[in-house]
Each structure stands twice: as structure tokens, then as C-alpha cells.
Design a protein around this ligand. Structure first.
Ligand SMILES: *Cc1c(COP(=O)(O)O)cnc(C)c1O
Length: 380
């Protein structure tokens, strides 16, 4: 019983009008009606991706589209650079390994963003690199990469720049075309405010040239098949019709707010969340904080797992704990999607009260006040 709140970096809360769209009677996908919806969805996706490239949509979680990038761009024995400073960066290396691609991992200290010049050096030292795999918003650490700088570097080489923007797209700026991002992967259950189940991927001309040469095995995730169907406003296989219909509505909401305003709102939420946590005495984990997820270090003397559980059992607030080596050491609060400014004092209040109940010394209201100080500023 009691009200429940999702502050997790996926899945995120789904706005009522999007939920209502999910519940509409099923339409058949081989109809003019579906084709019109799918065409509208694709225009909306291009708006959010900030691209004129085609955006392919698959019924899969985000990882499905990540896998499709490896399978469609590369051939067995190809070499690729994988930037890894967290769980999701590591996933690129794992996917390359699974497909027989020679992955060179570029290890970045967790909590820090990759230094773009390191990518430049790797590309110079190894001209055989066919692709550079990076993460826009590293959800496991709350770190944002400087894709504008990385894009400039990779654009001067024959390599394709492939971006996991699953938790970034719609929450933090991702200028696909202006920043020369060849492939951008997104998922439905993060800032796009949908249930899990859809993955999207934009593909540049430079990337399509690699697709033409790729010999890795693929069938369901064949980009060429998806593209030729997209040209006919449809998909090769049965699409997740209800999610596509819901995506039309969530994209309509983003357009209505405007992408700029949506990004600014989430930036304010993240800033307020950071201010609130710091005022409580909680250290921030990320040195390049991303807008979509704010990561705090669990304070001394508190068990991270218990803290996350108490937020849920005492206040109905779901936040994420740490993964891998950060298990029990951090907690992650999503500041993305349909969450709004007043949700931040709410979650900070729950953090304060939970820490208080767990015996940690907090001055109640101090974090909330700090968050309010940010949010009380007039919106530009
Ligand atoms: C959520 C997420 C994914 C995809 O995870 P799925 O569970 O496959 O949807 C990939 N990368 C990042 C950065 C994510 O946050």
C-alpha cells in the first residue's frame, strides 16, 4: 500500500497519456494506419536524436540494439576500441568478444570521463580500428562523456563512432549529426518514458558503408532489412505495436515541451539533486555528472543495500544501488524522463529521513532546502 515512486535509471515512470496509449486496442501492423503512425514516430525520433539519418526500431531492450551495432558494422577479426569506465562500457567489449571482433578495451577510472586525447592516440597507433564504442551516459557511475570532442577526433579517421545513448538520449544533449555520431543506440525505458521493450538505432552514411562490408552473422537484427522496410514505413517482422503507438505519444510530449526545455528541466533536476545530497553530507561519485542519473556514495557506517531497501519499504521510493565493484557503495537516483522538479525535494526528503532512521546524523530539511534553492530560481 502507499504511493510508489520509480527513481531508477530504467525503467522510469511512464506518463498517464503514454500508459493510455499502451492500452489502446491493437491495430494490425500491415495497414495504412500503422504505416502513418510509424512514419510519425520516425520523424519524432529524428527530432530527439537530432539527426537526419534513418532511425531503426527493434522490439528488444537496449542491449539488443547494441548487439545489432556490432553484428552489422563489423566482420570477424575486425578491430575495435571499446571505452570502458563502467558496466555499460564493458558491455561493448563483451559484445565484441561474443562476435569474434578484436576489442581493445580503453580502461577509464570509474567515476571519470574518458580523456578524448586517449582515443585520438589509440586511433593514431592503430589505423586498423574499424569502430570506436563509447557510452554517452554511463548509468553505472553517472558519468557523461564529451561526445562533441570525441566526435571531432573520430570523424577524421575511417572508424565509425558508435554511441550507447540508452540512458542519455532525451536526458542529456546528444547532437547526432552535428557531433558526427555514426551510430546512436537508445532504449524505450529511460528518458523516452515508455515501458521496456523497444530499442532504436540511428545510422550515418559512414556507418552504412561499413554495413555493406560486414560479414558477421545476423538475421532478426539485420539493419539492411530494417532500413528497406523503414523506407516503406514498416518493419520486417511484427513490431511491438502497442509500444510504437505509445512511443508516438511520448515523442509528442517531448515535442510539446520542446527538446531544449526537456533537457533544461532534467539538468535543473540533476543540479538540485546533487545540491541536496551534498548538503546532507553525501559525496557525489561522478566527476563528470550526467543529467539523467545522480550517484551518491553511501555514507560511512551505512549498509548500501539496506539503505536502498529502506527507501522502498519505508517510503515507497525505488532507487538503484551499485553494480559490480560498486555494490553496496553507491546509490543512484534517476533524474530523467517524466520526473519533474518537485520530485527532487521529495526524494531528498526520503533520503534524509531514511538516513535518520538508520542512525546517521542528518539535519532534517537541510538537503531539501538546498534542492529548493536550485529549483526556486526562475526558469530561463
Ligand atoms: C539501460 C542501459 C542499457 C540497456 O540495458 P537493457 O537492459 O538492455 O535495456 C545500455 N546502456 C546503458 C548506458 C543503459 O543505461
Amino acid at each position: 500500500m502507499g504511493k510508489k515512486y520509480l527513481f531508477t535509471p530504467g525503467p522510469t515512470e511512464v506518463p498517464p497519456s503514454v500508459l493510455a496509449a499502451c492500452a489502446e486496442p491493437i491495430i494490425h501492423h500491415r495497414t495504412l494506419e500503422f504505416e502513418q503512425i510509424f512514419a510519425e514516430v520516425n520523424e519524432g525520433l529524428q527530432y530527439v536524436f537530432e539527426t537526419s539519418n534513418p532511425v531503426l526500431t527493434f522490439a528488444a531492450s537496449g542491449t539488443g540494439a547494441m548487439e545489432s551495432a556490432v553484428a552489422n558494422l563489423l566482420s570477424a577479426g575486425d578491430e575495435a576500441l571499446c571505452v570502458q569506465g563502467g558496466k555499460f562500457g564493458e558491455r561493448w567489449t563483451e559484445l565484441c568478444n561474443a562476435y569474434g571482433v578484436k576489442a581493445t578495451p580503453l580502461d577509464v577510472e570509474w567515476g571519470k570521463a574518458v580523456e578524448p586525447s586517449l582515443i585520438e592516440k589509440q586511433l593514431k597507433d592503430n589505423p586498423a580500428l574499424k569502430a570506436v564504442f563509447v557510452t554517452l551516459s554511463e548509468t553505472s557511475t553517472g558519468v557523461r562523456s564529451d561526445l562533441e570532442a570525441i566526435g571531432k577526433i573520430v570523424a577524421k579517421t575511417p572508424a565509425a563512432l558508435v554511441v550507447d545513448a540508452v540512458s542519455g538520449l532525451g536526458a542529456t544533449r546528444c547532437r547526432t549529426d552535428a557531433w558526427h555520431l555514426d551510430v546512436v543506440v537508445a532504449g524505450s525505458q529511460k528518458a523516452l518514458m515508455l515501458p521496456p521493450g523497444l530499442a532504436m538505432v540511428s545510422v550515418s552514411d559512414k556507418a552504412w558503408a561499413l554495413v555493406e562490408k560486414s560479414t558477421l552473422p545476423k538475421y532478426y537484427f539485420d539493419w539492411k532489412k530494417a532500413k528497406s522496410n523503414l523506407d516503406k514505413k514498416t518493419t520486417p517482422f511484427t513490431p511491438a505495436v502497442s509500444l510504437i503507438v505509445a512511443l508516438r505519444e511520448s515523442l509528442r510530449l517531448i515535442r510539446e515541451e520542446t527538446l531544449d526545455a526537456a533537457l533544461a528541466r532534467q539538468a535543473r533536476m540533476a543540479e538540485a539533486c546533487r545540491a541536496g545530497l551534498e548538503a546532507i553530507g553525501i559525496e557525489l561519485y561522478s566527476q563528470s555528472p550526467v543529467e539523467g542519473v545522480t550517484v551518491g556514495k553511501v555514507p560511512e557506517g551505512i549498509k548500501g543495500g539496506d539503505f536502498v531497501k529502506r527507501l522502498w519499504s519505508d517510503f515507497g521510493i525505488k532507487v538503484a544501488g551499485g553494480q559490480a565493484q560498486l555494490k553496496g557503495k553507491i546509490f543512484r537516483i534517476a533524474t530523467m524522463g517524466s520526473l519533474d522538479c518537485l520530485d527532487i525535494p521529495l526524494v531528498i526528503s526520503a533520503v534524509e529521513m531514511t538516513l535518520h532512521r538508520m542512525g546517521y546524523p542528518v539535519e532534517l530539511g537541510k538537503g531539501v532546502a538546498a534542492a529548493e534553492k536550485v529549483l526556486a530560481q526562475p526558469v530561463q
